[in-house]
Ligand binder design. Structure first.
Ligand SMILES: [Zn+2]
Length: 249
């Protein structure tokens, strides 16, 4: 798989130096922002990610355009954009009226949920067999018995989370401070941000960032690895770049 277009992804303490490097090499526009919520204003993504629209983006910043959302229909997987409030959203393709509420699960729960917003399973939440589909999912409770969890983007694992990765589909992974997870089967993700402890064979197609206080044990097969000051690594590594983008470090 060609990775020559992989953006350089930066995070936290590594940002300053990386930005300086990019500025020097003229690659600053390749950096992508790290959307952590569904409500990230579109103009920010545009400004960082799409140079052909940079003029529009800078104009948008000045004139405070309505917030735009990039959405993914949970029924037909059609990706589309909406500006303004996330209310009364209808998929332009399959015409489904989409739920756009954040849903918090803080008790024993067995009802399937679908939303284009977020699902949060708190520390008191216990999920029984049901299906969960959301843009971002945050787990601090017990989700081991869930039938399936499907996130369009982000899986946040908080302190206290009990999960079975074989039931969870996600793109990016965030292991929050205090969270401890382990797994035996290879775990695939795009980006991973590790501020807690993770143990097992991790495979990443994006950037793995180990934050201060975070610890990665086991093995890592990936493309980009950032270890911030205070981050721990006790794993066998296989990090390969197709580009020479980190050569000048
Ligand atoms: Zn649809």
């Amino acid at each position: 798989m060609a990775r020559t277009k992989s953006p350089v992804v930066i995070g936290g303490l590594a940002s300053v130096n990386a930005v300086r490097r990019a500025a020097n090499s003229g690659n600053a526009q390749q950096f992508k922002t790290r959307p952590s919520a569904t409500t990230l204003p579109k103009e920010k993504q545009t400004a960082a990610g799409q140079k052909n629209k940079s003029a529009v983006a800078s104009h948008a910043k000045r004139t405070a355009m309505p917030v735009k959302h990039e959405l993914l229909c949970y029924e037909c997987s059609y990706a589309f954009k909406v500006s303004g409030m996330l209310k009364n959203i209808i998929c332009p393709k399959c015409r489904t009226a989409l739920c756009s509420h954040d849903i918090t699960i803080d008790t024993t729960w067995s009802k399937s949920v679908k939303t284009i917003a977020n699902v949060i399973i708190t520390e008191t939440g216990i999920v029984k067999p049901c299906e969960i589909v959301a843009s971002d999912v945050t787990i601090a409770g017990d989700a081991r018995e869930v039938s399936s969890i499907k996130t369009g983007r982000m899986l946040n694992i908080d302190k206290g989370a009990k999960i079975d990765f074989s039931k969870i589909e996600f793109k990016d992974l965030a292991v929050k401070a205090g969270a401890k997870i382990s797994f035996k089967e290879e775990l695939f993700c795009n980006d991973a941000e590790i501020a807690g402890t993770i143990k097992g064979p991790l495979v990443s197609e994006g950037t793995v960032t180990i934050k201060a206080g975070g610890l990665l044990q086991g093995s890592l097969q990936g493309v980009h690895l950032i270890i911030e000051d205070g981050g721990g690594l006790k794993a066998s590594l296989n990090i390969e770049h197709d580009e020479e983008e980190l050569k000048d470090e």
